[in-house]
Design a protein around this ligand. Sequence first.
Ligand code: AMP
Length: 215
Amino acid sequence: MNIILLGPPGAGKGTQAQRLVEAHGMRQLSTGDMLRAAVKAGTPVGLQAKAVMERGELVSDEIVSALIGEELDGMGPTTGAIFDGYPRTAAQAGALDAILDARGRTLDHVIELEVDEDALVERICGRFTCANCGKGYHDAFEQPREPGVCDKCGAREFKRRPDDNEATVRTRMAEYRAKTAPILPIYDQRGIVARVNGMADIDHVTAAIERIMAG
Ligand code: AMP
């Protein structure tokens, strides 16, 4: 099964993708994570992407589509893919069709997480992750059970994304509205879009996604 999780920054795509990975052994393909890894490693792609990401703008379609193709090539043919944060433009949606086609894969569902944008700013600006295992937390909604210690792996170091500040978040949302939301009709026409209330609590959202996938 191959699915796209679509929604503005902070909608919960990454959280839900991690749950699907754990429950179904699927692979999360997050172009944001791939780009952050490239920035950290100082690769040519990372050097090109760093400033763009810090401004909250979109990295070039060619770069992200190449990353997705490489990642799919490293996966077993029967492992399901969860596209998280990709595609984000009409050009990327077209590229994804070609990428999947070339690998004999089809797109089963596009799941849109519908959210209230004002609430997202609070969600995003409070979030942080374990520096070791990547488990997500939030200042107001989900602190580690033991302060300063990751629930999942016991590490004591946490990190925040440099683009999780209000000014950059507003740009990222504007980019979503202008370039990403308009690709939904492409998938609507194919009858593969399902909408989920992304403001519901995390377990409810997971259950709704599971129903769609079982559907
Ligand atoms: P994310 O982790 O999905 O919020 O992505 C963080 C940043 O990485 C975005 O604000 C963009 O600058 C860049 N990025 C991630 N995915 C894409 C994509 N599919 N197309 C263009 N830029 C992307």
